[in-house]
Design a protein around this ligand. Sequence first.
Ligand SMILES: Nc1ncnc2c1ncn2[C@@H]1O[C@H](COP(=O)(O)OP(=O)(O)OP(=O)(O)O)[C@@H](O)[C@H]1O
Ligand SMILES: [Mg+2]
Length: 344
Amino acid sequence: MPAVETRNLEKHFGDVKAVDGVGLLSSEEEFLVLLGPSGCGKTTLLRMIAGLEKPSAGDVFIGEKLVTHLPPRARGIAMVFQSYALYPHMTVFKNIAFPLKAMGMPKEEMKKKVEWSANMLGILHLLQRKPRELSGGERQRVALARALVREPNVFLLDEPLSNLDAKLRATAREELYRFQKDVAITTIYVTHDQVEAMGMGDRIAVMNAGRVCQLGKPEEVYSDPADTFVASFLGSPPMNLVEFEDRIAGFRPESFLPQQMHEGGGELLSLTFHVSRVENLGADRLVYGKLGERFNLSPVIANLPTSFTNYKIETSQTYDFAVPRNNIKFFNSQTGLREEPIPL
Ligand SMILES: Nc1ncnc2c1ncn2[C@@H]1O[C@H](COP(=O)(O)OP(=O)(O)OP(=O)(O)O)[C@@H](O)[C@H]1O
Ligand SMILES: [Mg+2]
């Protein structure tokens, strides 16, 4: 299945640069996630790849073919929108068959295709129902089946799970991931949810203000962020960022632990930690507080696994914490970009 490429893609709406020079190259059959906050240009970028939005500048290639000036139907793509709409008066069968009918496909062939697609999504038993007789997750699968039925070369999915509740989302995420691996169709998936991105993406393109800040595997963007935006967008709670001289030092809350809890031989940086609040979240214990004078009383968060239950932490107390030195990332305090380490 062909890869998708954008070169210097831009879209301006009046003064707003919704997409500001994006160059992306997906691999074949890849699950590529566009992740970023609301308004950063994800939908606009996806719509330009689909051919639904005309770029102000730049080009789109699908399978090395220049498609910038081709209409959506000539691009071999299928898109599922943020607010996918099923036809309420039609059965699931008719909903899925709709794009094939529009193409004038013979009845027998159409039936086979619909059943194949419904089978891939595990909704064969629902074909005679109407959308209102389905759960949110089932409707979701109908929308995906309808997109799949045309056997696209590329799937473009814009927050397709956004109207499911948290529990259903987790199941749907798992299903969608397996489905994408089964059909092996190159997929570009838009979300502002980092859990979805980390859990499903082969790679993640982290976007901010119309640009891609970093493109990499989930573990790369998480542990090796290219700038402070990526560092603080990923992770819950996000990376601690502490100003020091002309740098910002960043370390993840889960690597910031009581001195004696660190295992292994790595060299540690000791830090004084004045605790102001403790939050027990079941599997994790989040500890909020401030570092000592040397780091200007910067606010930081520690994330302790609750397996450390014998380590008592109380508010308004001061503790000796530490971070492994090789877990500390450095950023330029002006530009926010990654920098060489300095001694702390
Ligand atoms: N048709 C339009 N006319 C004017 N401005 C637009 C239009 N479409 C989008 N924008 C602006 O472009 C920017 C990017 O919008 P876009 O919909 O791509 O964001 P998004 O990343 O998909 O956000 P969300 O996560 O909220 O869906 C926003 O500032 C938005 O207001
Ligand atoms: Mg959007």
